[in-house]
Design a protein around this ligand. Structure first.
Ligand code: PMV
Length: 307
């Protein structure tokens, strides 16, 4: 296939419903795409030296993006210079997969420009390498759910299993307004695991039991049971030090306003919370989250994967 002048790539955001952090330690995670939050990347040949990258993006610091582009070009064997334009609806550093969404969109854009077909697995693999630049040793759940753009049950190193959702789930996603580096949050959990290996093994086992229950409820379309499991998952995450008074306040406010369950999502400490709602309660839950200090909140439906 001939090379084009420019390539476009596009990718969704994601929410981890269950198992974040524990997935780093070999547990399962259930994650879903957020298809209406998108990152769009346009790549074109630039001018200058082979490693020159010009970035246009609404960011204070574009250097991490340039680094990611250089690494992607190296992985794909496509020497620069490159000019990259990125627009994203995925809020940055909120636990909704902004970096993986950019990585997947970028790989797709470069592959499109080079006329190189790439399967979702290949795109995911390249994006995982790019995720390592910012996150050290990511489990791979973010790049996998985003590259496949469907709900998955994920274990690191294994083929992801598609989630079969019994009924769509109505979520309110709220941004706490606090940013916190994923790597630091992951480090907190590693520190606890190192300090108290037996206690941590028990927590990990409890998380696994919870994922089994959640998976069963999810596939049965039993939203109240999914909600209860979300509450318990939040408590487990708090026990490994990745919640915060603000996140605890947000999940409590969502539950008090009628949510079936609520938890932090993603790396935590800052970032986002998700609340599962019956549709008539979604607006009250959204309002309660904003009232309790969320910077922004939106309602969305997950589990409507294409067949
Ligand atoms: O907040 P995010 O989107 O970076 O999600 C991180 C998910 C973790 O489980 C905490 C880390 C990982 O590598 O899986």
């Amino acid at each position: 296939m001939a090379q084009e002048d420019c390539g476009h790539g596009d990718a969704c955001g994601k929410a981890i419903l269950f198992g974040e952090h524990f997935v780093v330690h070999g547990g399962r995670a259930l994650a879903v795409p957020l298809p209406h939050l998108r990152t769009s990347v346009r790549v074109a040949r630039g001018v200058g030296a082979a490693d020159d990258v010009r970035v246009v993006a609404e960011l204070d610091d574009v250097e991490p993006v340039a680094r990611t582009v250089r690494r992607a070009a190296e992985l794909l064997g496509l020497p620069g210079p490159w000019a990259v334009e990125s627009r994203s609806e995925v809020p940055l550093g909120c636990g909704l997969g902004s970096s993986a969404s950019f990585a997947v969109a970028l790989v797709r854009g470069l592959c499109a420009l080079a006329g190189r077909p790439a399967s979702a697995d290949e795109v995911s693999g390249f994006a995982w390498e790019l995720e390592k630049i910012a996150h050290g040793t990511p489990s791979g759940v973010d790049n996998t759910v985003i590259a496949h753009e469907r709900g998955i049950c994920f274990v690191r190193g294994a083929t992801p299993v598609p989630l079969r959702c019994g009924a769509p789930l109505h979520l309110v996603v709220a941004d706490s307004g606090r940013r916190h580096p994923t790597a630091e949050a992951v480090g907190r959990v590693h520190a606890i695991a190192a300090r108290d290996p037996e206690g941590f093994a028990a927590t990990l086992a409890a998380a696994e039991v919870l994922v089994s229950r959640a998976l069963f409820a999810f596939e049965a379309g039993d939203a109240p049971a999914v909600g209860r499991a979300m509450d318990e998952n939040h408590a487990l995450l708090a026990s490994v030090d990745v919640s915060s008074p603000l996140l605890d306040r947000l999940v409590a406010a969502a539950r008090a306003a009628g949510a079936l369950g609520a938890k932090l999502t993603g790396a935590g400490v800052g970032g986002s919370v998700i609340a599962l709602c019956a549709p008539p309660d979604a607006e009250a839950v959204r309002a309660a989250l904003l009232e309790a200090g969320a910077r922004a909140a939106f309602a969305t439906t997950v589990g409507e994967d294409r067949p």
